[in-house]
Ligand binder design. Structure first.
Ligand SMILES: Cc1cc2nc3c(=O)[nH]c(=O)nc-3n(C[C@H](O)[C@H](O)[C@H](O)COP(=O)(O)OP(=O)(O)OC[C@H]3O[C@@H](n4cnc5c(N)ncnc54)[C@H](O)[C@@H]3O)c2cc1C
Length: 560
């Protein structure tokens, strides 16, 4: 700090010589929504937990204390940081203002680090203070939406029971996403911690089959429906009923359930050739799992790489593992021999004007048909919910309608996650939380309070040049030749890397105690308060010189 004082004296002297510009405007603190939080479907307080780590030393905390506080902040909204730190496509990083300087802050890697730290330390989730509530809630589906909803309700002291159709919880985190991306001990660790909060879990309980929704409505005060979308959509082309044609969700479910899935041909000595159709995460996962089962793999995708909806690094991973991707190609017919699929007749496509999704419409190129051999074909084009037996008001379609989080016309029934609209893990977690908040408000007879976000802050309001250049810390990956079916291929950050990476957060739109305003103020308007409370602005001393606002690197100070 003595150095700061010296610099400040120089600043005061220089300003006194130049003469201060006088204005009626006065500085005000205006917290902003940083782009990371603005882009996160869960609205996670990313800046909040990053700066706790970055400022550990300044606040006299050990790294461990800072990591624990960061974890507590994350889990207020998301009980799955170790899961999300592995599978979330991190829209937060795409928006991070630091991307325009020396690379976005590696938020996803840091989330994984904090999640893994909490699992290793055995940190436990806690209930909010308050009496145990009398109203019991049923949650249908133990995917991320259902588990998030159950967690938020258990936190609020409601008795919660989850009914899950499969033999184990996790939804697509267990039955879709492969182990090499999400180790099951990590998934189990974060699920068991939710259950230890007092959430009851009934597996092999398929609602609509061995227990009815009506029964649950009689037995429970409110229901959350988080059934996901597990029914793979068929290609609707001739020949698809052959026994070696799977949908992507069916194929991954079998592999992830531990069933032996042979992708090879029926002819001894013929090498397994898998053809995957689609360009989303299910297609890429199916292709990479098939590689691990020993097959040559080709993906057919009807648009180009830039329109592929799959997570980009996953596509890169597939390519580096030897998966061939045939872009601008679509299947016309499954070719069969003795009832068994032996290949696909396909056609090349060209991109036409945009369709309803906003992406260029693929148009068949005349006289461009071609054939590819296959021993197994996986149609991974999309999936929809299995709504059979649930009697939800669904207007004839498979998707569950919601208004807010409520299912219209069904009092006390709420829904979220992929069963409402296909999304991401982070969206399912957010919708589970929104539904829990809506259920709590409905039961308590209170209006649902939705906090209004403060204005967002873009890169033009942040002084990129003020921050010291610092290279982004990247996670290492197991080299392709050494990868196996079950071993995780993306390695986490080490503690020194995590600490260095958190320091790269620019705290966009929120004071980070950098003292720049105090240093630049020639009238001594800024009185230091205890740590965490930042400064008191003594407006009576201010002459409106604007230096504080001009100098504030993170765009926290405005003039009013
Ligand atoms: C192969 C694949 C890979 C993916 N990769 C990613 C990724 O990397 N990153 C990402 O963010 N997202 C990814 N996603 C999307 C993500 O997995 C989903 O958005 C998310 O799991 C949806 O959560 P959910 O809880 O709504 O549904 P699910 O995870 O599908 O869980 C629904 C649960 O409900 C149960 N259920 C269904 N019907 C009933 C019933 N009648 N009674 C009782 N239980 C029932 C199911 O058995 C299941 O356990 C991927 C999806 C797939 C298919």
């Amino acid at each position: 700090m003595p150095l700061f004082k010296e610099v400040k004296k120089l600043v005061i002297k220089a300003t006194a010589t130049a003469g201060g510009e006088i204005s009626p405007l006065r500085p005000v603190y205006v917290p902003k929504t940083p782009p990371c939080a603005g882009a996160c479907p869960s609205g996670a307080d990313i800046r909040g937990w990053l700066t706790v780590i970055a400022q550990a030393e300044a606040y006299g905390r050990t790294s461990e204390e800072a990591f624990r506080i960061a974890w507590e902040k994350i889990t207020e909204r998301n009980p799955f940081p170790a899961v999300c730190g592995r599978v979330c496509p991190h829209l937060c990083e795409d928006a991070c203002n630091r991307r325009l300087k020396d690379g976005a802050v590696a938020i996803n890697a840091l989330e994984q680090f904090i999640g893994d730290f909490a699992l290793a330390q055995g940190l436990e989730l806690n209930r909010l203070p308050g009496e145990r509530k009398a109203e019991s809630i049923a949650v249908i589906g133990a995917g991320p939406a259902g588990l998030s909803c159950a967690y938020q309700l258990a936190r609020r002291n409601y008795p919660v029971t989850i009914f899950e159709g499969f033999s184990q919880p996790g939804g697509m985190l267990r039955y879709g996403i492969p182990k090499y991306r999400l180790p099951r001990e990590v998934l189990d660790g974060e699920i068991q911690r939710i259950l230890r909060l007092g959430v009851a879990l009934k597996c092999n309980a398929l609602v609509g089959s061995n227990i009815s929704l009506e029964q649950l409505r009689r037995d429970y005060k409110a229901i959350f429906v988080g059934i996901g979308a597990h029914s793979g959509i068929r290609l609707r082309i001739p020949g698809e009923d052959a026994p070696n044609v799977f949908t992507g969700t069916e194929f991954l479910n079998r592999v992830n359930s531990g069933h032996e899935v042979g992708v090879g041909g029926k002819v001894p000595g013929v090498r397994a050739k898998v053809l995957v159709i689609g360009g989303g995460d299910t297609a890429i996962d199916s292709a990479r799992v098939s590689r691990r089962l020993g097959a040559d793999v080709t993906i057919l995708y009807r648009r180009t790489r830039s329109e592929m909806p799959a997570i980009k690094p996953e596509v890169d991973g597939a390519l580096e593992e030897g998966v061939d991707i045939q872009y601008l190609s679509a299947p016309l017919e499954i070719l069969r021999k003795d009832g068994i699929a032996v290949g696909v007749r396909s056609i090349r496509m060209d991109l036409g004007p945009p369709d309803a999704s906003g992406r260029p419409r693929p148009v068949p190129r005349p006289r461009s048909e071609f054939e590819l051999e296959a021993t197994t074909i996986i149609a991974a084009i999309s999936q929809e919910p299995r709504i059979n037996g649930l009697n939800l008001a669904h207007n004839g379609g498979p998707w569950i309608p919601t208004e807010g989080a409520q299912v219209p016309g069904m009092e006390g029934v709420f829904a979220g996650g992929d069963g409402v609209e296909l999304g991401l893990v982070t969206i399912a977690i957010a919708q589970g939380r929104f539904a829990a908040e809506a259920i709590d408000a409905w039961i308590q007879g209170e209006p649902l309070a939705r906090p209004v976000s403060p204005p967002s802050i873009g890169p033009e309001r942040v002084k990129l040049g003020w921050y010291k250049p610092a290279d982004r810390q990247e996670r290492q990956h197991v080299p392709p030749a050494e990868r196996s079916a079950d071993t995780e291929i993306q390695l986490g950050l080490a503690e020194p890397e995590a600490l260095a990476e958190a320091q790269r957060c620019m705290s966009c739109g929120m004071c980070m105690d950098c003292e720049t305003c105090w240093m630049y103020c020639t009238n001594n308007c800024f009185a230091k308060l205890p740590k965490g409370e930042h400064y008191k602005v003594k407006l009576e001393l201010c002459n409106g010189c604007k230096k504080c606002a001009d100098a504030c690197p993170c765009g926290f100070i405005e003039l009013n």
